[in-house]
Design a protein around this ligand. Structure first.
Ligand SMILES: [Zn+2]
Ligand SMILES: [Zn+2]
Length: 636
């Protein structure tokens, strides 16, 4: 019998009969029965995969990073089997594992409701109990077309028609067969804990002109405990959902009739945004930036010159005025370069730091829009630093210091990533090399830890991305620092050096918070709407017990307003308990109660939004107590 030579990662190695399965090899080696799949010659394979050549075999256990994806993808097949058996006429499309779970998209004439999910779960449990093996088969593409056409799965046929390979693989468990690359668990019984979560609409292939499908989301874990933890996390995230809190706190709204992905700020939300923007203006001026403003539309020729037309056009909106084409700006860079070019620059003028709270438009598919965090129009705290090559290092460090101060001011932890050259990019190898090194060097000198994201840079240069961590430990992109040797070239930017010769400046693109919309979305969820006092749109509310206190309440409100506090008065003829509850729901930091006692003694009885009763105090005492906490943080 022909033999093959297999080496395991524990050092054991020997010959096996050709055609032995990965699972048999691992079992012969006393492998764990928890093993999910294996890596053979670097490729992920099912335990049932027959091995026909020599190679290294590594078991994949439940704790390995690939394992959850295999578990979840397998669970999506089980869900598809359950749905198909419960709802005759359903057509299956695709069902991948995603971060935190899986989904499967179905074409079905009726609408799935949340009430259907427990039924589907029950059917899935039955399938899991049956311990059905996931059986992989390789068949010719034509045979697969015939197979799926025969069972009426036209979406699979469409997918197959686009596949360029001679053979494809199918996976079957019980009576359910799917076109799939795999790998999968050895059997349905290997799913220890799963839950179906929600139903949503989704277009076939994400294309709004194609069939509307129904997507069922679920998740799976290797233990009940992990599943329970995740469900608790989802519950908490739901409570903090910024779309819901945005409505309850009356911060913003998004209207289908105005346009998807376009935010309308209500008074309290607009105030919150203004507070953040004022803080940003102050901090940029303190750090040697100059504030500028550019137009919303610029001629298409400029976007050709910048490279956006060739590399970013699908994300842009275009318009025409008097026969002239215009592009609505997706970035603020171009106007800033025109400011640079508006006069002759010498090395003594550099670095030049131009800052704009720049509103940009970027096309996002309607399916991915999400509250404030994925929108089509947003405002960036954007700046461009023009400097000499010698100044790049200190400028990057200056930006890193700025980011760290701001993250501390808002109370966020953060992580850094260095993103390198993507496939679609412009500029010479030397420039990319130089720019990437400059970014890396600055982080090293500041002793900052960072990860490398290969190929994730912008098309015009490498970048440092800073991701903040919120209260639920989720990562959000905020600051980026991008090094750009290319745009200065395209726009022929120059400065006169010490040698009286013309030189090319370096351009740094950077944002600190990134999209203000997105940042506010994150802020709302991080604080669950209970913003720090300096960011609270309303910092205190005066609550009267009876209308006998109205006049004094008016005086107190005026006094506090003049002291710089954002304060409102609630003089409605409602019970005090009701007013307090409402102010608590509005997450107002201080409630200042005024009854007959307070009127006669000339003060207030403050309560905090967490329910703490601070007892009677005079207005002066109250102002002294809140002190500087109503002001934005300051830095040395
Ligand atoms: Zn699959
Ligand atoms: Zn830029």
């Amino acid at each position: 019998m022909e033999e093959i030579f297999i080496r395991l990662d524990n050092g054991n190695q020997r010959n096996f009969p050709k055609g032995v399965t990965a699972g048999e090899v691992l079992a012969a080696d006393n492998g764990s029965d928890q093993t999910v799949a294996a890596r053979f010659r670097g490729e992920l394979v099912d335990l049932g995969r027959p091995l026909t050549v020599d190679g290294d075999l590594v078991p994949v256990g439940p704790r390995d990073p690939e394992a959850l994806e295999i578990l979840r993808h397998s669970t999506s097949h089980i869900m598809a089997q359950a749905v198909r058996s419960l709802f005759p006429g359903v057509k299956v499309t695709i069902g991948p594992a995603i971060e935190d779970g899986f989904y499967y998209d179905f074409d079905y004439e009726n609408t799935f409701t949340p009430e259907d999910l427990p039924r589907i779960e029950e059917r899935m449990k039955g399938i899991i109990q049956q311990d059905l093996p996931f059986i992989r088969k390789e068949i010719s593409r034509d045979e697969a077309v015939g197979l799926f056409a025969g069972i009426g799965e036209q979406y699979k046929v469409e997918l197959l028609e686009e596949i360029n390979a001679e053979t494809v693989s199918t996976y079957q468990q019980g009576d359910f067969i799917d076109l799939c690359r795999g790998p999968h668990l050895p059997s349905t019984s290997k799913v220890p804990a799963f839950k179906l979560l929600s139903v949503a609409g989704a277009y076939w292939r994400g294309d709004e002109n194609r069939q509307m499908l129904q997507r069922i989301y679920g998740t799976a874990f290797f233990s009940r405990e992990e599943l329970e933890n995740h469900l608790r996390f989802l519950e908490e995230a739901k409570k903090r959902d910024h779309r819901r809190l945005g409505r309850e706190l009356d911060l913003f709204s998004i209207h289908e009739e105005a346009g998807p992905g376009m935010v309308i700020w209500h008074p309290r939300g607009a105030l919150l945004r203004t507070l953040i923007e004022d803080f940003e203006r102050r901090e940029h001026l303190r750090r040697g930036y100059q504030i500028v403003m550019g137009p919303q539309m610029l001629k298409t020729e400029l976007w050709r010159q910048s490279g956006h037309f060739d590399h970013y056009r699908e994300n842009m909106y275009f318009s025409e005025v008097e026969g002239q084409g215009y592009g609505i700006k997706p970035m603020n860079c171009v106007a800033h370069m025109l400011i640079y070019k508006s006069k002759l620059r010498s090395y003594r003028d550099l670095p030049l730091r131009l800052f704009e709270l720049g509103t940009v438009h970027r096309h996002e598919k309607s399916g991915v829009l999400h509250g404030l965090v994925r929108v089509r129009q947003f405002t960036q705290d954007d700046a461009h630093i023009f400097c000499t090559p010698n100044q790049v290092n200190s400028e990057i460090k200056g930006v890193l210091n700025f980011v760290i101060d701001v993250m501390n001011a808002f109370g966020f932890e953060y992580e850094l990533e260095l993103s390198t050259r993507p496939e679609k990019s412009i500029g010479s190898d030397d420039d990319w090399e130089l720019a990437t090194r400059a970014l890396e060097q600055a982080m090293k000198e500041k002793d900052l830890l960072y990860e490398i994201q290969a190929g994730e840079g912008a098309f015009y240069g490498p970048k440092i991305d800073i991701k903040l961590k919120d209260a639920l430990n989720r990562r959000w992109q905020c600051a980026t620092i991008q090094c750009d040797f290319t745009l200065p070239e395209r726009f022929e930017l120059a400065f006169i050096g010490e040698d009286s010769q013309k030189h090319r400046p370096v351009m740094l693109h950077r944002v600190i918070l990134g999209s203000i919309e997105r940042f506010i979305g994150v802020l709302i969820e991080h604080f669950a709407g209970a913003f720090p006092i300096w960011l609270s749109p309303v910092q205190a509310v005066v609550l009267t017990v009876t209308d006998r206190a109205d006049e004094f309440a008016g005086q107190v409100t005026d006094r506090l307003l003049r002291a710089g506090l954002r304060v409102e008065a609630d003089l409605r003829n409602e019970k005090l308990g009701y007013k307090i509850r409402e102010a608590q729901l509005q997450k107002i930091p201080y409630m200042l109660v005024i009854g007959d006692q307070e009127v006669s003694r000339g003060g207030v009885s403050p309560r905090t939004r967490t329910g703490q009763d601070l007892k009677f105090m005079t207005i002066d005492e109250f102002l002294a107590r809140i002190g500087s906490e109503i002001e934005p943080p300051r830095f040395d």
